[in-house]
Design a protein around this ligand. Structure first.
Ligand code: ES4
Ligand code: ZN
Length: 329
C-alpha cells in the first residue's frame, strides 16, 4: 500500500476537468446572489440531484454565475488553488462549454480572455500551466450547432484553446452525428477528444462500439472515460493496439457503488490501456485529485509504481508541446 500523503503529493496533470464542475458551492452562491440568479437550494445542498440528467441540469445552472471576464478568471484561479493544495496539480486542460455562458451576455472572446487571465495568475502563484478545450454538450446541441461552436472557436483562435471535446448524455447524442464538427476542428488544427462509454449509461445506451466511432469517424486523439468498453474484448484489444490515452475519473457521486470506478480503472490498466486519473467535476462530486488517487489506491491496493505511472501518463497524454512535456517529466 502507498501512504495517502505520497499519493496527494506526487505531481499530477489533469486532462479531464469541466470548469463549470469545479466551482466552489460558496462561490456559486455568492455570485448567484450578486446577479439575482435564483438557486434551488442553499450552497450546502446545491450539489444534489436525482440522476445523470438532473446532475447535468445543476451543472448548466451553476455555469450561469460566470458572467464577466473576472468571473472566468476567478473560476480558473480557485480550482487551481484548491487542486494545488489537495493534489499537487501541475498542469490542467479545462473543458468549457461556450454555449452554457451565452445567456449571460458574455461572448466567446471575453470568456476565453477571462480564463486566460486566470491561467496567467495560476502560473505565477502556483506554477501551474493550463490549456482550454472547447466543449460541445451533445444533449442540448444539434450537429449543426456543434459545427457553429467549432466555427466560433476557429474564428476567434486563442493559443490556449488547443482542442474540442464532446460531453453531456451520450445516449442522446451518439458520436457519429458530430462528424462534421470534428472534421472542421481537425482541419483547423485543433485536437479532438470525446466523452465515450460512460458508466451512468448501460453498455446498450453507451456501447463499446462508440470507441470505434470516436476513433474512426471523429478521429479522436484522446478518449474521456471509457468504462463501458470493458463489455467488449474486441474493442479493448483494438484500444490497446491504438495506444490512445484515456481519462477516466476515480470518483463520482453519481454512482452509489463506490468501488465501481476503481475496479473499472483497474481493469482498463490491466488490459494495457494508457490510463490517466482525473476528477471530472470535483466540486460537484465532492472530490479532488488527492482524494481520487487515495480512494483508487485504497480500493485496489496498488503500490507507488502505479502512482508514478499515472503521474507520467498524465504528462504524456496531455496536449502540451514536447518542450513543455519535458519540463513536467
Ligand atoms: C459530465 Cl460526468 C459528465 N458526463 C458527461 N458530461 C459532463 N459534463 C460535465 N460532467
Ligand atoms: Zn467529463
Amino acid at each position: 500500500a502507498v501512504a495517502d500523503d505520497y499519493l496527494r503529493r506526487i505531481p499530477k496533470a489533469e486532462l479531464h476537468c469541466h470548469i463549470a464542475g469545479t466551482l466552489r458551492a460558496t462561490t456559486v452562491a455568492e455570485l448567484a446572489k450578486k446577479y439575482g440568479l435564483p438557486l434551488p437550494r442553499p450552497a450546502e445542498q446545491l450539489y444534489q440531484w436525482p440522476n445523470f440528467d438532473g446532475f447535468l441540469e445543476i451543472l448548466r445552472l451553476s455555469a450561469l454565475v460566470l458572467r464577466t471576464r473576472e468571473d472566468f478568471s476567478r473560476a480558473v484561479y480557485e480550482y487551481c488553488e484548491d487542486a494545488s493544495r489537495d493534489g499537487n496539480l501541475r498542469h490542467v486542460e479545462f473543458f468549457f462549454n461556450p454555449d452554457y455562458f451565452y445567456p449571460n451576455g458574455i461572448d466567446y472572446p471575453s470568456m476565453v480572455a477571462g480564463m486566460a487571465d486566470g491561467v496567467e495568475r495560476v502560473g505565477r502563484d502556483f506554477g501551474i500551466s493550463a490549456r482550454l478545450i472547447c466543449c460541445i454538450d451533445r444533449s442540448i446541441n444539434s450537429p449543426a450547432k456543434a459545427v457553429e461552436i467549432v466555427e466560433t472557436a476557429l474564428a476567434h483562435r486563442h493559443e490556449l484553446v488547443i482542442g474540442i471535446g464532446l460531453d453531456g448524455n451520450e445516449s442522446v447524442g451518439p458520436p457519429a452525428i458530430f462528424a462534421e464538427a470534428y472534421a472542421l476542428a481537425r482541419k483547423g488544427g485543433l485536437r479532438c477528444t470525446a466523452h465515450c462509454c460512460e458508466d451512468y449509461l448501460t453498455p446498450l445506451e453507451a456501447p463499446p462500439t462508440n470507441y470505434l466511432i470516436c476513433r474512426d469517424v471523429l478521429r479522436c486523439d484522446r478518449i474521456d472515460h471509457g468504462y463501458n468498453m470493458l463489455a467488449s474484448d474486441y474493442v479493448m484489444a483494438e484500444a490497446r493496439k491504438d495506444g490512445l490515452y484515456f481519462t477516466p475519473c476515480a470518483w463520482t457521486s453519481l454512482l452509489h457503488n463506490r468501488p465501481h470506478r476503481p475496479q473499472r480503472i483497474r481493469r482498463m490498466v490491466e488490459a494495457g490501456l494508457n490510463v490517466t486519473i482525473n476528477t471530472d467535476d470535483p466540486a460537484m462530486f465532492g472530490t479532488n485529485l488527492g482524494h481520487g488517487f487515495t480512494t483508487l489506491f485504497d480500493t485496489i491496493g496498488w503500490g507507488p509504481d502505479k502512482a508514478r505511472m499515472f503521474s507520467l501518463n498524465s504528462v504524456e497524454g496531455s496536449w502540451l508541446d514536447e518542450s513543455d512535456k519535458a519540463r513536467l517529466r
